[in-house]
Design a protein around this ligand. Structure first.
Ligand SMILES: NC(=O)c1ccc[n+]([C@@H]2O[C@H](COP(=O)([O-])OP(=O)(O)OC[C@H]3O[C@@H](n4cnc5c(N)ncnc54)[C@H](O)[C@@H]3O)[C@@H](O)[C@H]2O)c1
Ligand SMILES: O=C(O)[C@H](O)COP(=O)(O)O
Length: 527
């Protein structure tokens, strides 16, 4: 009998699918404390959650029989994905089912904020009739800035356009072509920040989006701007938002999510300009039915060894190719990840060239892995299964090439990225017998680099002292250099330094390095 534990409220339709399955025992246990969860997970085959249950590495390790974790919804930031992967646990989500509900909820909050509906309601039920205090603003001809034009951002933009709003959108994957198709104006983050009357965020919470909207961003905004967050707490700096409302810069904020949920007696909730809902974006009958049905179907497929589609963390390689291609998986993902972190602009075209012995095999599983690596920098819900689909949806042209000669290597995997900022970037890697994956080429420079840990790619002018000055600055700030390589196009010309460092390099230090006269650009890469 397969045992499935459900620890967050799930729609009955999804639960019914499970209870009707003859080979499944369903255990519903919501509101567990962390220690109770550790106990409850011990002998189950699958765990089903929403956003409340924190599925930590400890919980995953305690699940001795655990094969799958299902997230009835989109965000998987409450699940330790690397821990699941290293424990061989498949994580699946239900990415599409709550898109419309969340876009509608965001739009409801936008209108009610513009017209002070929550404040007006509160005052009216208290017996007041205060028509002067709640004068609002129209949406007509106002500019809505959307940060993150994925599923929800796109649906929201349609609703805003129906209200005659101008929509500015910033998303690293947004190309001019797609923006035109959707009918929004492609913008930089700074343009969204400085030109919008309303700003709403719809990105996943990642290292990059954490505190994306901070005190500096608020300072640059229009006076009287209104802010929305129906994505994840932590994308907007809550302390900075509080200050910006107090100073009068921000006229209103509508929040469905908080850094810590429930937020308790949060300072923001004491401000009359703030309206809030308790993470209700996906809380409609329809969305809950959709996500529960979708995720339960996926869990049953996994437990019964049937094909499934929404894996967040599982490579899918046909069995006969597994042995041959497995060693290349890490190389493929790291190259994709490296390339995306060192490229500027929205991805337009990605060409993957398989040379040497690789050219003789069916490399399509590796192409998915490269794509996953290249897109995962921005799309936290991407997986090996949906990577090609998401690339296509974002207008990225993907080409595979095969070349039987590998320029001095028995195998070579080369990725060339072109962006809409006319940036072209090539990176190549190989699998060295006994040494594992190596990056061997960055644009025109030959290197020999282990693709792991924290790296710094520095473009500089080949001048005496340049390398020393970089080393001194890093040393002074206690950043230890583990390895360093230098490549140059010609003597005294353009050159690169590739450094592996022992810890993440703070943003300020990157800026200080960029101030050095001989340095052209510094990029931190996390592999
Ligand atoms: N409030 C709720 O109940 C609720 C419901 C559903 C989803 N969500 C949250 O909403 C968010 C968006 O969901 P979705 O389904 O639209 O996801 P999605 O993956 O379709 O879209 C996310 C978009 O963010 C973009 N992005 C990533 N990093 C970025 C950055 N640094 N700057 C700008 N854009 C960036 C991606 O390119 C992508 O297009 C997720 O965090 C999800 O968890 C909240
Ligand atoms: O990421 C999501 O799908 C939403 O935040 C919904 O979360 P919930 O399932 O807890 O409502």
């Amino acid at each position: 009998m397969l045992r499935v534990l459900i620890t967050d409220p799930l729609s009955d339709q999804g639960i019914e699918q499970l209870t009707q399955a003859p080979d499944v025992e369903v255990i519903i246990n919501t509101g567990l404390s962390p220690s109770e969860l550790l106990e409850a997970i011990q002998d189950v085959d699958a765990l089903l959650v929403r956003s409340q249950t924190k599925v930590s590495a400890e919980v995953i390790a305690a699940g001795k029989n655990l094969k799958a974790i299902g997230r009835a919804g989109v965000g998987v930031d409450n699940i330790d994905i690397p821990a699941a992967t290293s424990n061989g646990v498949v994580v699946v989500n239900a990415p599409d089912g709550n898109t419309i509900s969340t876009a509608e909820h965001t739009f409801a909050m936008l209108i009610s904020m513009a017209r002070n509906i929550p404040q007006g309601y509160r005052s009216t039920v208290q017996g007041e009739w205060n028509r002067k205090a709640f004068v609002g603003v129209e949406l007509n001809h106002k500019t809505l800035g959307i940060v993150g034009l994925g599923r929800i951002g796109t649906e929201l933009s349609k609703r805003a356009k129906a209200f005659n709003m101008n929509v500015l959108a910033f998303d690293p994957y947004l190309t001019e072509e797609r923006a035109q198709k959707i009918g929004v104006t492609k913008a930089t983050l700074d343009e969204v920040i400085t030109s919008s009357d309303f700003i709403t965020v719809h990105t996943p919470l990642t290292k990059e989006t954490h505190h994306l909207i901070d005190a500096g961003a608020f300072q640059r905004m229009k006076d009287g701007v209104r802010i929305l967050n129906c994505a994840r707490g932590g994308i907007i700096h809550e302390g900075a938002l509080y200050e910006a409302i107090q100073s009068g810069k921000v006229a209103g904020a509508a929040l469905d999510v908080f850094e810590v949920e429930p937020p308790g007696e949060h300072p923001l909730l004491t401000l009359p300009q703030v309206t809030a809902t308790p993470h209700l974006g996906a809380s409609t009958r329809e969305a809950q039915e959709n996500v529960a049905i979708d995720v339960v179907a996926e869990i049953l497929h996994i437990l019964r060894d049937e094909p499934f589609k929404n894996a967040v963390n599982l490579p899918s390689i046909p069995p006969e190719l597994v042995e041959k291609l497995q060693p290349y998986q890490i190389l493929a993902e790291k190259l994709g990840h490296f390339a995306s972190q060192t490229t500027h602009g929205a991805l337009d075209e990605l060409t993957i060239t398989y040379s040497g012995e690789l050219a003789d095999w069916d490399t399509s599983p590796l192409t998915r892995i490269v794509l996953k690596g290249a897109l995962s920098h921005y799309l936290s819900e991407i997986n090996y299964v949906n990577a090609p689909h998401l690339a296509k949806e974002r207008g990225v042209r993907v080409t595979e090439q095969k070349v039987s000669k590998a320029q001095g290597f028995t195998n070579l995997l080369t990725i060339t990225i072109k962006t809409d900022a006319h940036h072209e970037h090539t990176i190549a890697g190989t699998l060295l017998n006994g040494f594992g994956p190596r990056i061997v080429k960055i644009d025109q420079y030959s290197v020999d680099l282990q693709p792991t840990g924290h790296q710094l790619l520095i473009h500089h002018h080949d001048r005496p002292g340049a390398i020393g000055r970089v080393g001194t600055i890093l040393g002074e700030r206690n950043v230890n250099i583990a390895t360093m390589q230098v490549g140059r196009a010609d003597i005294g010309g353009r050159a690169i330094m590739m450094l592996t460092v022992d810890k993440e390099v703070p943003k300020k230090l990157l800026e200080d390095l960029e101030e050095l006269e001989e340095i052209q650009a510094v990029t931190a890469i996390d592999l």
